[in-house]
Design a protein around this ligand. Structure first.
Ligand code: NAD
Ligand code: UDP
Length: 319
């Protein structure tokens, strides 16, 4: 991308703050907005004296106007199952009203638009690994539906603004991503297990731990997203790391990394928890020339200093 004026929603969150850094590093100006419902201004503290960065605390569910911009990255939304269970209606609203408001901004300023969608659009998938052509298996009235259906609505809204208003839109389906700035107490598996291991507590495994996820390191994800934003692709693209782990083996890897002899404790599996998840990334590789570079062990090592610095401050949330 040439230097642009870019709006990032959800800028104080885990992914939004890394995205702001990469966009600024590339010479752009960035307006970050966030209502701080699940994010933390500390994620942006290092940008306090950056003249090309502005921050506005606002809720994107209310219409707002950032002035002339060239591109919108829409990343605002609770993302952890514990957060969206707590903020159910807010999650539905940000996926619907928030997405429409930001699409209106892109339409008004003839700006490009990239929406952070999710592997949760596939629900508890019957197709494995998940390809973008799979329509998903989502319980529309279960506890995860506030997130899954909001994201599915937002995909429909993005496609509608592309079709009816010719907005240059992009949809990324993000698979489980981790790294520094993941909120310690957001209840996601890497935040919980890393901080439990560092505090010398047993690691909480929901169910029998045989369910799988595929974990992507944050710098790989951001590289894929920037490549997609620069592309001509309007249909959804999976970005994630296809290396698939059972949750139990992920916990064992974390115990090995920390050198802890603590064990795991088993807790009930939350309702509708997907049984397995792994992205088929052949579309991203073919269209964008993108593949992830960092495997789980290395990414956990790269995140260790962050978790060591914060493990004591945050309480682990269980579902
Ligand atoms: P996060 O909770 O750290 O960040 C989300 C940010 O959005 C927070 O700073 C929060 O305060 C802000 N926000 C929420 N509602 C808002 C509103 N109404 N107005 C303004 N700001 C609001 O989560 P994250 O992991 O950084 O996720 C960012 C985006 O990526 C989300 O849209 C999420 O659904 C998507 N995503 C993330 C992952 C992942 O593994 N991290 C996977 C799939 C999709
Ligand atoms: N999980 C777990 N222990 C925890 C937190 C999560 O076993 O302390 C499991 C959870 O049930 C799910 C997987 O880890 O099967 C990933 O959970 P996360 O909340 O990180 O993300 P999801 O992919 O479910 O959105």
């Amino acid at each position: 991308m040439n230097a642009k004026r870019i709006l990032v929603t959800g800028a104080a969150g885990f992914l939004g703050s890394h995205l702001c850094d990469s966009l600024l590093d590339a010479g752009n100006s960035v307006i970050g907005v966030d209502n701080l419902s699940t994010g933390n201004e500390a994620n942006l503290a290092h940008l306090r004296n950056e003249p090309r960065f502005d921050f506005d605390r606002l809720d994107i569910c209310q219409p707002f106007d950032p002035g002339k911009i060239d591109f919108v990255f829409n990343f605002a939304s609770p993302a952890s199952p514990v957060d969206y269970a707590r903020l159910g209606v807010e999650t539905l609203l940000v996926g619907s009203a928030g997405t429409i408001n930001t699409l209106e901004i892109a339409k008004k300023y003839h700006a490009g638009y990239l929406h952070a969608s999710t592997s949760e659009c596939y629900g508890d998938p019957e197709v494995h690994p998940q390809t973008e052509t799979y329509w998903g298996h989502v319980n529309p009235i279960g506890p995860r539906s506030v997130y899954d259906e909001a994201k599915r609505f937002s995909e429909a809204a993005v496609m509608a603004y592309h079709r009816y208003h010719r907005v240059n839109t992009h949809l990324v389906r993000i698979f489980n991503t981790y790294g520094p700035r993941l909120q310690i107490n957001d209840g996601r598996v890497i935040s919980n297990l890393m901080s439990q291991a560092l505090r010398g507590e047993p690691l909480t495994i929901y169910g029998d731990g045989m369910q799988t996820r595929s974990f992507c390191y944050v710098s790989d994800l951001i590289a894929g997203i920037l490549a997609l934003a620069d592309s001509d692709e309007h249909l959804p693209v999976n970005i994630g790391n296809p290396e698939e782990w059972t949750i139990l083996s992920c916990a064992e890897e974390i115990l090995k990394l920390i050198g802890s002899d603590k064990k795991v404790v088993f807790k009930p599996l939350p309702q509708d928890d997907p049984t397995r998840r792994r992205p088929d990334i052949s579309k991203a590789t073919r269209l964008l020339g993108w593949t992830p570079k960092i495997q789980l062990r290395q990414g956990l090592e790269m995140s260790l200093a962050y978790f060591q610095a914060h493990a004591e401050t945050g309480l682990v949330q269980n579902s």
